[in-house]
Design a protein around this ligand. Structure first.
Ligand code: PSU
Ligand code: MN
Length: 303
């Protein structure tokens, strides 16, 4: 399916030399954040990965070509164009066929990254089981791809607009380890902690790297989720955000918004209801996750 790859030379050299590489996704740029916050986050995430001594590889589709390691011009296109497709596994090949500009989700980004030998990936929050999924079966393909690809994924949990309990359980069913950096619980994306206890709370990066080395050599086909909570100073109170989530879900129902448009709609509604408090939390946690991913990847390459 993935017929054409264009890998940036810095990225391909790093992969060939066994250096630390962290893949980044582009849906959060095109559909998760407004302009110009999105382009700033894209660049700050790259900087954060590089500061830690790893190489960043943002993944996206430009005029039907899958690119790994997007340049400034590519990022600008994905951050500003109105008609960027959001691609998961069901529609990625169509965007190639139609030579479109498209943003890759967690699902497609890890699918692509794992095919070219990248083993670390950072994002904001993964997709999961939506509230009301017992009726419409809206479950993100992120979960399927996390179970099908061995990738070390750094995130702030699943987005709080989801059914976090069902998402957490589903991860276990799929055999995906859920570990955290300095927390006993899965984070709640915009808020620091849910009630769901992780498999292990790792207090330092070296220990995470050692654990991931075991996974690397283990007969284990799924990803590992490494949770990193939103920076304290940007975290939002759980009850406060819960209210905005309910209001935005009601609004989505009124407007009949569903499928792949639902997540971007809810995020943007919550940004306006919170007067951009949620946007600030979102941007901070994404860059913070890129930094942690860079540090773990660097450490892992030295173990
Ligand atoms: N993290 C963010 N903002 C986002 C996303 C992640 O901080 O917008 C994106 C990811 O690309 C993820 C997608 O794969 O949201 C989930 O979309 P859906 O629920 O339609 O599968
Ligand atoms: Mn969906």
């Amino acid at each position: 399916m993935l017929s054409k790859f264009k890998i940036d030379t810095k990225v391909s050299n790093a992969i060939n030399d066994g250096k630390a590489v962290v893949a980044l996704e582009s849906t959060l740029i095109s559909h998760g954040l407004p302009y110009p916050a999105n382009i700033k986050v894209a660049n700050d995430s790259i900087k954060a990965v590089e500061e830690s001594g790893s190489v960043a590889a943002t993944i996206g589709i430009i005029k039907g070509e899958i690119k790994i390691g997007l340049n400034d011009e590519d990022l600008e296109i994905l951050a500003t164009s109105k008609n960027v497709e959001k691609v998961s596994l069901h529609n990625i090949a169509l965007s190639i066929y139609e030579k479109k500009n498209a943003a890759t989700t967690v699902a497609t980004s890890i699918n692509i990254a794992s095919k070219i030998g990248i083993n670390f990936f950072a994002t904001g929050g993964i997709g999961g089981v939506h509230l009301g999924a017992e009726k419409n079966s809206d479950v993100s393909a992120d979960l399927t791809e996390l179970s099908n690809n061995k990738m070390f994924v750094i995130s702030s949990g699943a987005k709080s607009i989801l059914d976090l309990e069902k998402t957490f359980e589903k991860l276990e069913t799929l055999g995906i380890p859920r570990i955290a950096y300095n927390s006993d619980f899965m984070p709640g994306f915009w808020y620091e902690e849910t009630n769901f206890k992780v498999d292990k709370n790792f207090k330092n990066i070296t220990d995470i790297a050692k654990y991931l080395k075991i996974i690397e050599n283990f007969h284990h086909k799924s990803s590992v989720l490494i949770f990193n909570k939103v920076p304290k100073e940007k975290a939002i109170d759980k009850n406060l955000i819960q209210n905005w989530i309910e209001l935005s879900i009601d609004r989505a129902k009124e407007l009949d918004i569903a499928g792949k448009d639902l997540t971007p709609f809810l995020i943007s509604e919550i940004n306006s209801l919170s007067q951009n408090k949620s946007l600030d939390a979102n941007t901070a946690l994404i860059v913070n996750n890129a930094l942690l991913a860079g540090k773990i990847a660097k450490n892992f390459s030295l173990v």
